[in-house]
Design a protein around this ligand. Structure first.
Ligand code: GDP
Ligand code: IMO
Ligand code: MG
Length: 423
């Protein structure tokens, strides 16, 4: 029997094209539910020559019959959520009818964002390259049992709770020499956003989702970031502060593992990474710059340059393993269309030995081992059927597949909703 919950997640360092894939398959589902991360995410969706970037709202919001849920595992910046809702409302999207927010999702406070900045600054050369959206301090408070949750905004003493936590944050900020006076005006902006968000449907979404499962509804769990940024399994400490792998969908939504069916793993035909941290196949050269420009590899949230490099199969296999991926989706091969040859990393050389995993110590030097395949030198972005794909491109896909435990099911050949092929 088909299981009620499928998952879409990223298999690299984020920005794999998850938003696009969720939007494409959304019509097969009743509910799209984001399970972790916060506005550090930037999920891009394109259709009718329009481009939309979502940060906290699930990528199913453009579909009339879909209910969107922001799950308990997400951290919410009410100020940016308000802006996001207003932008969509201006486009005529009835967000209030389509969106439900978990009462257990933690709130990113203005002071969390300030703490993110001071902690990053204090790290100096070892900085993570955080998006500075307050993600880590908010998850710290969640785990430290000091956080405020969306359900709290409906309580009569919310202001008091806010003041207690904020005063605590200010004492830390002052130790870092931060002038907390400048936070005063942000308190007002925050409470205006709270007034706005209060009118939305805030409830126990774990109960909502499990009742939906009982009623036979289909749910798609949407991940943010990528598997190599997972707080447990990524290149720690150069990671985000949540579980970006499939297990995160269960804790981030309150659904049982037994309810999960397909796990769609999205990966680019090459790799990108924003922020610091190891990147074995990085092309810190002209070719890397070429891919960045062709692929428009600039952060959807911060506008920062994304680092670029070749596809890394050992890292990809690790991510497939961690989440039990059942459906592989490749994106952005169209970006490589004009290259004479393409390299694929199939292993690493470490202390004179061949290995196919990333070593524990990030300082250790590993040398990627590559195979080279010929480029297809032809625009594939308009291909509508597998039969139209060039032979050299099929060879590229077949070569990658040889090194993977499962085959690739979908190929995205451009940013638009319609630019996708099933293999
Ligand atoms: P996400 O965070 O995983 O949702 O990905 P982002 O939206 O941050 O980054 C992916 C970028 O690539 C966006 O600009 C998408 O519009 C774009 N994109 C997605 N799929 C494709 C594709 O197959 N080809 C090309 N050229 N662009 C794509
Ligand atoms: P989507 O969902 C790419 C990276 C940051 C930084 C590290 C920690 O669009 O794929 P954080 O702000 O979480 O403390 O930053 O994680 N990062 C992302 N990189 N895509 C994302 O999201 C990211 N979210 C966080 O650049 O290196
Ligand atoms: Mg992104």
């Amino acid at each position: 029997m088909k299981k009620p919950v499928d998952i879409v997640l990223g298999l690299q360092w984020g920005d794999e094209g998850k938003g696009k894939i969720v939007d494409v398959i959304a019509p097969n589902y009743d509910i799209i539910a984001r399970f972790q991360g916060g506005p550090n995410a930037g999920h891009t969706i394109e259709f009718n020559n329009q481009k939309y970037v979502l940060h906290t709202i699930p990528s199913g919001i453009f579909h009339e019959k879909v209910t969107c849920i922001i799950g308990n595992g997400v951290v919410i910046d009410v100020i940016t959520l308000q802006q996001e809702i207003q932008k969509l409302s201006d486009l005529g999207i009835p967000v209030h009818k389509r969106l439900i927010i978990s009462n257990k999702a933690h709130i990113i406070l203005p002071t969390h964002k300030s703490l993110d900045s001071v902690y990053e600054q204090a790290k100096g050369e070892q900085k993570i390259g955080s998006t500075l959206r307050g993600i880590s301090p908010t998850y710290q408070d969640k785990i430290g049992r000091n956080g405020l949750r969306m359900g709290d905004i409906l309580l009569p003493d919310f202001k008091q709770r806010y003041t207690t936590v904020t005063e605590y944050h200010c004492r830390i900020l002052e130790q870092y020499g931060y002038h907390t006076d400048k936070l005063k005006e942000l308190h007002k902006v925050f409470f205006d956003a709270i007034d706005f968000i209060q009118k939305f449907d805030i409830q126990d979404t774990a109960i909502y989702l499990n009742e939906a499962i009982q009623q036979g509804k289909k749910i798609l769990a949407e991940g943010a970031q990528g598997s190599l940024l997972d707080v447990d399994f990524g290149s720690y400490p150069y990671v985000t502060s949540s579980n970006t792998t499939a297990a995160g969908a269960c804790t981030g939504l309150g659904i049982a593992p037994s309810a999960v069916g397909e796990v769609f793993g999205v990966f680019k035909a090459y790799c990108t990474r924003v922020g610091s941290g190891p990147f074995p196949t990085e092309l810190d050269n002209e070719l890397g710059e070429h891919i960045r420009i062709k692929g428009n590899e600039f952060g959807a949230t911060t506008g920062r340059k994304r680092r670029t490099g070749w596809l890394d199969i050992p890292a990809l296999n690790y991510a497939v393993m961690l989440s039990g991926v059942t459906q592989l989706v490749q994106t952005k091969a169209d970006v490589l269309s004009d290259l004479d040859e393409i390299q694929i990393c199939i292993g690493y050389l470490y202390e004179g030995k061949k290995i196919n995993y990333l070593p524990y110590n990030l300082q250790d030097k590993i040398i990627p081992e590559y195979i080279t395949v010929p480029g297809w030198k032809q625009d594939i972005s308009q291909c509508k059927d597998v039969k139209e794909l060039p032979k050299a491109f099929i060879h590229f896909i077949d070569t990658i597949t040889q090194y993977l435990p499962i085959s690739i099911k979908y190929i995205s050949v451009g940013p638009d909703r319609n630019q996708i092929l099933a293999l």
